[in-house]
Design a protein around this ligand. Structure first.
Ligand SMILES: [Mg+2]
Length: 186
């Protein structure tokens, strides 16, 4: 359980700063895409994301994308990104995270991951021995039973994380609440 608790929590990816990473000895950040940088149905990166990515790199943080989503979606979303992209990653298997560190030419302890899922993003980063793993809440979850089950399984881990961070645990949300809560976060 302890290994599943992320090292940090941010309300959105935009609040993760180069200073935070660099002060922890991190030299590269591996990005999840869906529900971390954009909702599933958003085909292209928005200007705020492009600006955040630019800031990261200008501050000396290298970037890579590792996504479980299929290559067409990721190929379009990342078409203007000139850093390593790995789609169809099969997280939580750590192989794609390890491959990303090899391409970046950095030891895993100097690499961080950001994602929205405990049992894929966090677990893969732990198994790949990344130096840091941070999570964001999902921008807009799918409504299917599998997703709801996944989030239910994450709650004990998130409870520990929130307790450590001194954050109130959000209540379980019904479909209507969830939709309105995230309506301004695209
Ligand atoms: Mg995701």
């Amino acid at each position: 359980m302890c290994k599943l608790v992320p090292d940090g929590y941010f309300p959105t990816y935009r609040q993760l700063t180069p200073d935070y990473l660099i002060s922890r000895g991190i030299r590269a950040l591996v990005l999840d895409v869906d529900n971390t940088l954009a909702p599933y149905e958003q085909p292209d990166p928005d200007p705020a994301l492009l600006s955040w990515l630019r800031d990261m790199r200008q501050s000396g943080v290298a970037l890579a994308v590792v996504s479980n989503n299929h290559s067409d979606r990721i190929a379009r979303f990342t078409r203007d990104f000139d850093f390593p992209i790995i789609a169809g990653a099969s997280k939580p298997l750590p192989k794609s995270f390890k491959k990303a560190t090899e391409i970046l030419g950095l030891p895993p302890r100097s690499v961080a991951a950001i994602g929205d899922q405990i049992y894929t993003d966090v677990l893969a980063a732990r198994w790949a021995r990344f130096g840091l793993v941070v999570v964001v809440p999902p921008i807009r979850d799918k409504r299917d039973a599998f997703t709801r089950f996944k989030r239910l399984c994450e709650r004990p881990v998130m409870r520990r994380l929130f307790r450590r961070e001194g954050i109130a645990m959000p209540p379980k949300q019904n479909k209507k609440e969830k939709r309105s809560d995230h309506s301004d976060r695209t």
